[in-house]
Design a protein around this ligand. Structure first.
Ligand SMILES: [Zn+2]
Length: 113
């Protein structure tokens, strides 16, 4: 008597899907391909850093001046609240608190030079 299927029991063993055929594997490959890029890696930046990346050059220059200019006594020429008001008046979206954080370098960007 040869070893084999016992009567009354299912005989077919379903083989596990191969890696090549598995739908999960195939989805993962497509998803990974979606991440392929030849662009330079983009650093994560705060909302101020994002503005400094997307604004017209004139506005970038102005915002950098707002962020860094100091009065004779060493205090910032413009407060974060004033800068926030100026940016929003021009239609830019920025976090009010983010301005101060960005100034101090306490954000996801590099510190303001
Ligand atoms: Zn920042």
């Amino acid at each position: 008597m040869r070893a084999g299927a016992e009567p009354g029991r299912p005989t077919a063993k379903t083989p596990p899907p191969t890696l090549e055929q598995g739908p999960i594997q195939r989805r993962a490959a497509v998803a990974l391909a979606d991440h392929f890029t030849t662009k330079s890696p983009v650093r994560s930046v705060c909302s101020v850093g994002r503005l400094l990346a997307i604004m017209p050059d004139d506005d970038i220059t102005a915002l950098r001046q707002m962020l860094t200019s100091r009065r004779a006594d060493g205090q910032y020429a413009m407060s974060a609240t004033q800068i926030y008001a100026a940016l929003t008046a021009e239609g830019y979206t920025v976090g009010r608190g983010t301005i101060g954080n960005h100034r101090r370098g306490d954000c996801s960007c590099e510190a303001v030079a």
